[in-house]
Design a binder for this molecule. Structure first.
Ligand code: ADP
Ligand code: MG
Length: 343
């Protein structure tokens, strides 16, 4: 019977890169380059809430780290290392081996070694907690509060596939094996946009990763930056696998669908070429989907002096407007994910 320490040694101990103290002591140690700040973020994944109990453990190991790396990407931070907390209801070594495989493989791709963690037995469900550490030069982080009127709004990758895969697996949509096969990868193997986040330093004014849906996550940028936005529905990079869905399902997936782990960011209109070059260098696709506008003072109690010229939204306009293909504003916008709706 393997002990807790055997398991840690077998599945979670890897040789730490030079200069780091990894698994095996009371704390891990890592250096931070002079002039840089540590960026850190943590995400909790719970069985039945964030993943189906029978999900492929290798993809789960991948995703547990991917969603955290996505937060580093959204700040423009370079990964340093990560720690992993595991609460396991039972000892299932093949499951653990596959989980560790998926986790370490993605860690290697992004230079984010596992340097510590905690392993316990749980009474019922499986719980996974990952914390990542990254480094970013002081004042270079891509924050949510930097968007300005006149900025373009960009989205990386494609939208909507993960939402459709989730609803198919959850039984909300009638079984459709072909569409499930075409969308499932987006849900279970998200690719964190770390190289893009790094390439956008000094170009993007604000960024966020899309975990709860484009409209909801962009909403966080708008609130933090005290600005408004106009989006064009027909410019959205909808995943090809969504073709043929009913209009409402398509709109909900593209504008409101979560689990995307692509970046939504704003950048000055004068820097379009720089954005495209950054995306090219990162091997990412980016699409310009709208623009940032100033908000009227009544919406926000914002002093008029801080508003920019002729890009203002009309008085009393909502913070976020989505125009359909005919230029008409959508009157009903799909909601993003919220663990405590109405709280
Ligand atoms: P302590 O009791 O001092 O907290 P533990 O016995 O919990 O130490 O862990 C022993 C070592 O193994 C520590 O270095 C810890 O960071 C590491 N560790 C434990 N669980 C994991 C895990 N799931 N992934 C990576 N490292 C782990
Ligand atoms: Mg411990």
């Amino acid at each position: 019977m393997a002990s807790e320490f055997d398991l840690i040694a077998r599945y979670f101990t890897r040789t730490a890169p030079t200069g780091l103290l990894g698994v095996g002591d009371d704390c891990a140690l890592f250096p931070v380059p002079p002039g840089e700040q540590v960026a850190t973020s943590t995400d909790l994944l719970l069985e039945g809430r964030h993943f189906f109990p029978d999900v492929d453990p290798k993809s789960l190991g991948h995703k547990a780290l991917a969603v955290n790396l996505s937060d580093l990407a959204a700040m423009g931070a370079r990964p340093i290392g990560c720690v992993l907390g595991l609460a396991l209801p039972r000892l299932d070594e093949p499951w653990l081996a596959a989980f560790a495989d998926g986790f370490h493989a993605l860690a290697a791709v992004h230079g984010c070694p596992l340097i510590g963690g905690d392993t316990t037995r749980s009474a019922h469900d499986l719980a996974i907690s990952v914390t990542v550490f990254g480094a970013v030069p002081a004042n270079a982080a891509l924050r949510r509060d930097g968007a300005r009127a006149g900025d373009d709004i960009w989205v990386s990758g494609e939208l909507g596939a993960a939402d459709v895969a989730y609803r198919l697996l959850d039984g909300q949509y009638p079984a459709d094996p072909e569409r499930l096969a075409a969308t499932r990868g987006a849900l279970e193997w998200p690719e964190p946009q770390v190289p893009l986040g790094l390439a956008l330093r000094g170009i993007a004014h604000a960024a966020i990763d899309i975990s709860d849906g484009l409209l909801q996550d962009l909403g966080h940028i708008l609130a933090a930056s005290r600005v408004g936005a106009v989006l064009h529905e027909d410019r959205m990079p909808a995943a090809a696998a969504l073709a043929g869905l009913p209009a409402q399902a398509l709109r909900r997936a593209v504008l409101g669908g979560g689990d995307v782990y692509q970046l939504c960011f704003t950048a000055p209109a004068g820097r379009r070429d720089a954005v495209l070059a950054a995306a090219r260098s990162a091997g990412a696709r980016v699409t310009r989907v709208g623009g940032i506008v100033a908000r009227e003072p009544a919406q926000d109690a914002m002093p008029a002096a801080t508003r920019a010229g002729d890009t203002s939204a009309p008085a009393g306009a909502p913070r976020l407007v989505v125009l359909d293909a005919t230029g008409q504003p959508l009157t009903q916008l799909p909601a993003g994910f919220d663990h405590f709706p109405g709280a």
